[in-house]
Design a binder for this molecule. Structure first.
Ligand code: ADP
Ligand code: MG
Length: 363
């Protein structure tokens, strides 16, 4: 188990990158703390696999260093780094039995046979394949093969880190939940440094203590699920996390007042902006419906009942805005305005969150 440091790391797949746009991974400095479980979350193409493959050594970065517990491993091969990596699609040996597949990484390390038997049995149980251990992998479903791949990643207890690259994509929803629970248990029992890549916010938020959000080749925020929800560092984090995501309104900011169209909104603090594009981000949970009075003119388009709460779709100056109300709370009949719950307002400049004056932004 190791702390993993990324030092000035960047990667371009082009031979002669010129601008930032040429980089699949923009410059990055980050420590993955020893023993922590991280989710790496972002939409397809944002650079998650690129980052993971650099950590495991499958890909050599065009710039920067990777350190394990302070030791430079940038030029080490994958095998030397002592890392287990599980990919999105199964990598199994068809001619081997399930047991032989699971034992493979241990045999490679010349582990004694009885120890191998014990570990294989344990992992076979964790992936729900105890009964099939002596079957050949050939002919098993894609689902079962992926479980074997996952098991192969989980079987070694002595790895520096465990990397999972969207490992549950081909697994059916119920089994997904079960396997994620097993991965969490594995982390709890062995305290491996784990990085779990996903594009699914639910998966990320339920798996990890810390979520690393990537957008367009950049890490835009690292935080607990609560931090990502309450203080999205970038408008992308606001949209991407939450369902529906954060509403973003173009606004003029002056000190502790914002203007959206004709409406004036008192902010919970004072903000200094530097002349860039300014916006307010307000999650649907913090939008209040009102009739008359102050507020921003709005018209209800439709109401969707999704069980735990209602989603109110509103038209605000030609754009669709979402509000949510807890189950059982009635929608005011004459709603023609929205207001914001002050504690739910975040201020953005050029898509990055602006900290209120007198408060420093946590990194
Ligand atoms: P993710 O895993 O988040 O979906 P990737 O790391 O696979 O994203 O890809 C990041 C960017 O790099 C994408 O624009 C992708 O097209 C590009 N890319 C990935 N692999 C290669 C490659 N082998 N050669 C060239 N470009 C690549
Ligand atoms: Mg990927």
């Amino acid at each position: 188990m190791a702390k993993i440091t990324l030092d000035n790391l960047a990667h371009s797949y082009l031979p002669n990158p010129s601008g930032e746009d040429d980089y699949a991974l923009k410059e990055l400095n980050h420590d993955w703390q020893d023993g922590e479980a991280y989710a790496l979350l972002g939409s397809s193409g944002c650079g998650k696999s690129t980052l993971l493959n650099i950590i495991s050594g499958l890909l050599h970065p065009s710039q920067g260093r990777i350190l394990f517990d302070g030791q430079d491993v940038t030029h080490q091969a994958t095998a030397e780094r002592n890392i287990a990596q599980v990919f999105q699609f199964p990598v199994v040996y068809d001619t081997m039995t399930v047991r032989e597949n699971l034992a493979f990484p241990l045999k490679n390390r010349r582990m004694p046979a009885d120890e191998i038997r014990r570990l294989v049995q344990k992992v076979g149980h964790m992936i729900g394949m105890e009964a099939q251990l002596d079957r050949k992998a050939r002919g098993l479903t894609a689902d079962a093969k992926q479980k074997i791949s996952l098991g192969r990643g989980m079987v070694r207890e002595d790895v520096n880190a465990l990397l999972f690259d969207e490992p549950l994509t081909v697994i059916d929803p119920h089994m997904k939940w079960e396997l994620r629970t097993q991965l969490k248990k594995l982390h709890h029992d062995f305290g491996h440094t784990m990085i779990y890549v996903t594009h699914d916010q639910t998966e990320a938020l339920t798996f990890a203590d810390k979520v690393v959000v990537m957008y367009d080749g950049r890490v835009v925020q690292i935080g607990t699920p609560q931090e990502l929800f309450e203080r999205p560092a970038h408008t992308f984090v606001g949209y991407f996390i939450g369902s529906p995501g954060m509403n973003v309104f173009d606004a003029e900011i002056s000190g502790s007042e914002a203007r959206i169209g004709e409406a004036r909104i008192a902010l919970p603090a004072s903000y200094a902006t530097a002349g860039g594009k300014t916006q307010l981000g307000v999650r649907p949970e913090f939008i209040r419906l009102a009739e008359g009075g102050d507020g921003i003119p709005a018209k209800i388009l439709r109401i969707e009942d999704v069980g735990r709460h209602k989603i109110i779709r509103l038209d605000v100056a030609g754009r669709e805005i979402n509000a949510t109300l807890p189950e059982g709370t009635p929608v005011p009949a004459g709603t023609d305005r929205i207001t914001f719950d002050p504690e739910g307002i975040n201020v953005y400049e050029n898509d990055w969150r602006v900290a209120p004056k007198g408060q420093r932004e946590a990194a």
